[in-house]
Design a binder for this molecule. Structure first.
Ligand code: HEC
Length: 104
């Protein structure tokens, strides 16, 4: 019985910690203006293509932009959109972005 409870706790927690791609899609609406609806980027905004990028890379870049370790004139434009993102929201965005098809 005790091991059943233990198993349940593990399953429940892994669900809690898994990135939520659907939430990432909702959060991504704020990113569309510059990175495009389908994540293909916008030359006019100097915003790079994100679709299909690896989730770990997306996370690392958002964290670097947010913390100011990746700072230049272009990343400054992004600051208002990332400064209030929580770690789990960044996970969700990375899961959604990496799931977008890279090529049409
Ligand atoms: C105001 C325009 C703008 C908005 C809105 C914006 N970005 Fe960006 N983003 C940029 C620009 C410009 C760059 C390129 C920065 C550089 O030149 O280093 C960038 C870079 C990135 C990168 C790094 C890409 C790479 O290949 O290294 C990621 C990841 C990213 N943005 C994610 C997001 C997410 C997620 C959101 C929404 C929460 C978002 N951006 C909203 C303009 C924007």
């Amino acid at each position: 019985m005790r091991s059943l409870v233990f198993l349940f706790v593990i399953i429940f927690q892994s669900h809690l910690f898994a990135a939520n791609k659907e939430n990432g899609a909702v959060l991504y609406k704020k990113c569309q203006a510059c990175h495009g609806k389908e994540g293909l980027g916008k030359k006019s905004q100097k915003a790079p293509m994100l679709a299909g990028q690896f989730d770990w890379y997306v996370k690392a870049q958002i964290l670097a932009i947010k913390s100011g370790t990746r700072a230049n004139n272009n990343t400054k434009k992004m600051m208002p959109f990332v400064k209030n993102l929580s770690d789990s929201e960044i996970e969700d965005l990375a899961a959604y972005i990496s799931s977008m098809p890279r090529l049409k």
